[in-house]
Design a protein around this ligand. Sequence first.
Ligand code: GLN
Length: 472
Amino acid sequence: MENLRSLAEIKNQMANDELSLVDLCKHYLNKINNSDSNAFIEVFEDEALIKAKEIDEKFKTGNAGLLAGMIIGIKDNICYKGHCVSASSKILENFNSLFSATSVQNLITEDVIIIGRLNCDEFAMGSSNENSIYGPVHHPLNKEKVPGGSSGGSAAAVAEQLCLATLGSDTGGSIRQPASFCGVYGLKPTYGRVSRHGLLAYASSFDQIGVFTHNPEDAALMSHVMSGDDGFDGTVSSEKPNSKTIKPLQKKLQIGVPEDYLNFKNLDKEIKLQFDEILNDLSNSGHQINKLQFPFVKYIVPCYYVLTTAEACSNLARYDGAHYGHRSELANNIETTYETTRTEGFGIEVKRRIMLGNFVLSSGYYDAYFTKAQKVRRLIKNKTKEMLSDNDVLLFPTCPSTAFNIGEIKDPISMYLQDIFTVHANLTGIPAASIPIGTHSNGLPFGIQIMSDHFKEDLLFSFSQQLMSLKK
Ligand code: GLN
């Protein structure tokens, strides 16, 4: 079962009576028990096994859903009815979901099995999975290293094969950066493609639910199932979902490479070199590489942090000791309820962002920071539209480096700069995927990032498939 890295392989073995879902589920449960990565924070053992038995039966009678055979884990900021969801925060410890996220419900309808809940950075704020009440997640290949964040548990679980696929959320890179660090495929769909209903909000105009898989085929199928109109989320598009299967690339592409990203001073030399080799291979196979100017690189991280902290401080106002989760024992009137609950309940990074968000929204600073950042976002969007009118896709590395050591990055600004290549897709809403294509001489994997225009996931998947074949 170690070699089962795609739904197609699993279905094939099930169809030939070589594999039962019950056995596959037991295999994963056993691996989870023996893993020391701290990726899973809760396992739904009994119910997963019951479900596996049910779906085995359905499969035999030909009545199983599209995703029968797929066993997944979900990030601890996505609601699953009757199960805990805490955003890896003390403030929501032991909070039970009252409903399932639309994306989760859509997957369940197609017979996915959910095996457990995955560690993440508190409220999805972070790039290393070190900000979690459950402790850090360890990189599957090297326990001293981080798996990336904030969906670190989701990336590590797929890389370690503790389940076939996982759900994560991506506000500024939280799927693509850990996918790059752990050597798996990570997809952030177009903003509005997948309903955010049931995703604990961090920055609502950026957040998207997406997936970690071993290959673009499984990601395409999951995205197809999760997508679509939803009365619970007014920002979801009624645009037709991407196709279930990936069509091989029909034409040679115009590939835009914004050179300013490649000039970032902290970009690892070897990643840059291998990226250049990939460009060479692509050009040799007939694609056209177009070097582009993108003069906004130095504004991209500040713009992201002004806007997301502003949205976060509003979204997190609801955790007040009255509505959800934790309430301090020291609370004795309305003021101390807020103060002591929030002081005890939130971790340091979340508090920093609430303070920053309140600052950029405060009177006197609103125009200088928040309004200015909105304008910068518009300029970045316009420039990106222009780049994508002449190019089918944009291509650059997912991250400046491979996984770093746990405890290594202490300065928040250095941590924020981890997001320099990923926030572009969230600021503009376009879809993006990290392709696990490179291996560094330090033995760690790294990804290359593809972006396409809004709702062009089909193209993104076709090109992903082609890029995967260039794996070094
Ligand atoms: N690292 C980024 C941040 O801390 C991205 C987080 C995310 O995508 N959820 O905001």
